[in-house]
Design a protein around this ligand. Structure first.
Ligand code: NAG
Ligand code: NAG
Ligand code: NAG
Ligand code: NAG
Ligand code: NAG
Ligand code: NAG
Length: 505
């Protein structure tokens, strides 16, 4: 890589000269004419003049994908992907610049050919520019399509993120298909990060540039020297996200929303990438990193996900899938084979989406209110007295959180101890651990009636000794209840509940 500095120098000169595409510049560009084609193995790319960028096939998984990558550096970094959610193609695929001016990916795997470029106008030439922009021209030499207008997860110097456009993260460093985070340049001028498939609304956002009232027409720009800034529709600088460099450094820059949801500015010099700027140092900031029913906590700087009590990961090793019940129970629990308990998760925050908010309750009232309500799957209890009953899933969980406590209704089987039963070591963390049997205990020859007049839980609970093979200490208290939802809401709170929570704290 001895000639890197030379390449860089010429790149910088070229970038400066090629902001406006002129006929003169076109002659210095690599010009691709109709009839040209690329194949994954031989003639796989069209390079920019300097050799810094290349357009064409790159390896993805077992197949190939078409895109633009930095070819002039050892780390062949992908900066744009065509048809990013299409299947990788096989090595006998062809990218053809047809004589009627279409750029078509012909693959034996995909049933349909994929068209890159303008759907209506036909191109008479194409060029891979040294800025990293792949451009199609019509016969009058006008740009009719350019990759810079269709960013995926990366912005390059001189490229702009226009109003209403967004960058969307990739699945991973090596899989460039659509991931789960986005960076949106909003009409109102604010640049905001959200999880994918959410409304552009504050409860979902996890980063904002706070440029307000300057829209419409605000753009995000990456300048030479890794300077990121925002311009209004008149071209006036309304925000410097990073400090501008007085003299541009001779380096390669890119801005990318990474697979982990954080957007970073990278510079490349002396054969390695370094981070110039990050949108957040908290790897748990990106909402939804952990999937549903799980919360994120930072572990020595890197994010870690944990399921709420009673839940397990859908796919081990893939947080995106979130967590599902580790017990199998439908309905309210009055069918004889399972019972419900309330388990607690402290020190977390979640997206608020209660279907019912009760006020001025104690924690035990809140737990009971949820147990009594067949629709309630979880309740977020705030020590101020609010009790927000929610249906699952719980979303955007993060820890450390606030003083609110999440109460989770978990069913445990009476017979099959392998599913969902609270292990001994977990028990210490759980403040509330009341079992309700929504069953008749007729099978055991024990017919218990709920004590209607006296609501002292301890009085009406019978110790139920778990099968002898159970770990010692897992003795559970179960309550006989005549129907699914034992108590009526107007009943006063049970004293015994407090005693139990108190003694286990
Ligand atoms: C690669 O493309 C060039 C120019 O289009 C052509 O001359 C050459 O034969 C091609 N090589 C192969 C192996 O197809
Ligand atoms: C392309 O390769 C795949 C397997 O790699 C094969 O099944 C298919 O028949 C090939 N198609 C053509 C047109 O050669
Ligand atoms: C080329 O594109 C420009 C801009 O879209 C358009 O004005 C012009 O008519 C086009 N030329 C041809 C020959 O289609
Ligand atoms: C951003 O920085 C440039 C100098 O690099 C300065 O001219 C401009 O006023 C700054 N913009 C804001 C909004 O501070
Ligand atoms: C992880 O799970 C999600 C949702 O179930 C899925 O879309 C994604 O492809 C998985 N990712 C990996 C790397 O397996
Ligand atoms: C009780 O519910 C569970 C889970 O929904 C089900 O598998 C089981 O068959 C039911 N038992 C009875 C006795 O209805």
């Amino acid at each position: 890589m001895k000639d890197i500095p030379l390449v860089m120098a010429s790149v910088m000169l070229f970038l400066l000269a090629s902001v406006f595409i002129s006929v003169a510049a076109q002659q210095r560009e690599s010009t691709i004419i109709p009839g040209s084609s690329l194949e994954p193995i031989t003639n796989s790319t069209w390079s920019s003049n300097s050799g810094l960028y290349a357009f064409g096939f790159y390896k993805q998984g077992k197949g190939y994908t078409v895109g633009i990558f930095l070819a002039g550096i050892p780390q062949k970094t992908v900066v744009w992907t065509a048809n990013r959610d299409g299947q990788p193609v096989s090595d006998n695929s062809t990218l053809l610049f047809t004589n009627d001016g279409k750029l078509v990916l012909q693959s034996s795997i995909e049933s349909q050919d994929f068209n890159i470029g303008h759907p209506l106008q036909s191109a008479s030439s194409a060029s891979m520019l040294d800025s990293g922009n792949f451009v199609l021209y019509n016969s009058s030499g006008r740009v009719i399509w350019q990759s810079f207008d269709h960013p995926t997860d990366t912005l390059l110097p001189t490229q702009r993120l226009l109003e209403d456009q967004q960058l969307v993260s990739s699945v991973s460093e090596t899989d460039h298909s659509t991931g789960i985070f986005r960076l949106k340049m909003q009409k109102d001028g604010n640049l905001v990060q959200y999880p994918i498939n959410t409304p552009d609304a504050a409860p979902y956002s996890y980063y904002a540039s706070w440029v307000l009232g300057k829209g419409p027409g605000v753009t995000l720009n990456l300048g030479i020297g890794c300077h990121i800034y925002m311009l209004d529709h008149t071209g006036f600088n309304v925000k410097n996200i990073t400090e501008g460099e007085t003299s541009p450094k001779e380096e390669i820059c890119l801005l990318r929303i990474d697979a982990d949801g954080i957007f970073r500015v990278y510079s490349h010099n002396r054969d390695s990438w370094s981070i110039e700027w990050v949108s957040s140092n908290n790897t748990c900031d990106p909402k939804g990193l952990c999937g549903i029913n799980a919360f994120c906590h930072s572990n020595v700087g890197s994010a870690n996900c944990t399921c709420i009590p009673g839940y397990k990961f859908v796919n081990k090793g893939n947080w995106t899938g979130g967590c599902e019940k580790s017990f199998s129970a439908d309905g309210c629990g009055n069918n004889g084979s399972f019972t419900y308990v309330i388990q607690e998760q402290q020190d977390t925050t979640w997206l608020d989406s209660p279907y019912s908010t009760l006020t001025l309750l104690s924690k035990k009232d809140c737990a009971q209110a949820c147990l009594e309500d067949c629709n309630c799957e979880t309740a977020i209890y705030d020590p101020d007295g609010s009790c927000k009953k929610q249906k699952l899933p719980l979303q955007y969980g993060r820890s450390p959180g606030d003083k609110a406590i999440v109460l989770i209704k978990v069913a445990t089987s009476r017979y099959n101890r392998s599913d969902g039963f609270v292990p001994k070591e977990e028990k210490k963390m759980l403040r509330v651990d009341i079992l309700i049997i929504g069953v008749s205990l007729a099978a055991f020859g024990l017919i218990m009636c709920g004590d209607q007049g006296n609501n002292d839980l301890v009085d009406i609970m019978i110790p139920f000794i778990i099968h002898a093979s159970e770990e010692p200490g897992t003795t559970k208290f179960m309550r006989a209840a005549p129907d699914c939802c034992g108590w009526k809401p107007e009943e006063p709170p049970a004293k015994g509940f407090e005693q139990m929570t108190g003694s286990q704290a």
